[in-house]
Design a protein around this ligand. Structure first.
Ligand code: NDP
Length: 242
């Protein structure tokens, strides 16, 4: 079934690299007008701008740090000026680090929580006035929220909290016609893992391979679409069976 998002406007954070880039392109190819946020000036942002231009349509790239509430306000104002409203919000920007729990500093805990959780909170609250009935919010969580992993207490806590946030907001925002869901990726091939790590992971994944960013984007595109009009408060694992 061909999923179409014509006439819809979308905001994607962390939209120029990895999973976010695939989501931006997936939504744009389905016909949505997309504003993708990035934090770091890079060739990735420049090449995405070229790719979006070649697709045609009303797409924009905006620099913003989602851990800074003032920047999120500006980001949402840019959406308002560009599109007048929003139908799709994908909170994808995420940060991670690997630190033994006894050595995890409060500053590092806050950095990860501020980006992964508070960023999603601020974005959702600021974007709310722009959301039209039938809107879809998608948080990019993580399978680690369900299983836990050593060295990632801060990251895992932030991603688990997104599930609680979505469960609550589905109830609070449902009457406005706004759906809220989480997509929880397993191990996705974005970071150029060394071959030995890839082989280790492949052994524990039922499908025997890492996921592709486009496989996350496909599920996000479904959730963003009217085909998912009765799906809210859910967490969908996209993990190849781990
Ligand atoms: P990457 O690590 O490749 O990139 C992270 C993205 O988040 C970049 O686009 C980055 O922007 C953006 N970002 C980070 N901090 C901020 C910030 N403060 N403000 C704005 N943007 C920020 O990401 P992945 O594609 O691997 O991951 C995307 C999402 O998927 C994340 O939430 C991650 O936790 C989640 N995930 C990924 C998995 C994987 O295996 N790859 C597995 C499970 C979940 P910029 O480059 O401009 O700095």
């Amino acid at each position: 079934m061909d999923i179409r998002l014509d006439g819809k406007a979308a905001l994607v954070t962390g939209g120029t690299r990895g999973i976010g880039r695939a989501v931006t392109l997936g939504l744009a190819r389905a016909g949505a007008a997309v504003l993708a946020c990035y934090r770091t000036e890079s060739e990735a942002a420049d090449s995405l701008a070229r790719e979006l231009k070649s697709l045609g349509g009303e797409h924009r790239l905006v620099k913003a740090d989602v851990s800074d509430p003032a920047e999120v306000t500006r980001l949402v104002e840019e959406c308002s000026a560009a599109f007048g409203g929003l139908d799709i919000v994908v909170s994808n920007a995420g940060a991670i680090s690997h630190i033994p729990f006894p050595e995890l500093s409060l500053d590092e805990w806050r950095r990860i929580i501020d980006t992964n959780l508070t960023g999603a909170f601020t974005l959702t609250q600021q974007a709310l006035p722009l959301l039209r009935p039938g809107s879809s919010i998608v948080y990019i969580g993580s399978k680690v929220a369900m299983v836990g992993l050593p060295l990632r207490a801060h990251y895992t806590a932030s991603k688990a909290a997104l599930i609680g946030l979505a469960r609550t907001l589905c109830k609070e925002l449902g009457p406005r016609g706004v759906r809220v869901n989480v997509v929880a990726p397993g191990i996705i091939d974005t970071a150029g893992l060394p071959p030995e790590r890839t082989t280790q992971y492949e052994r524990i994944i039922s499908l025997g391979r890492l996921g592709r960013p486009e496989e996350i984007a496909a599920v996000v595109t479904f959730l963003a679409s009217d085909l998912a009009s009765y799906v809210t408060g859910e967490t969908i694992n996209v993990d190849g069976g781990t």
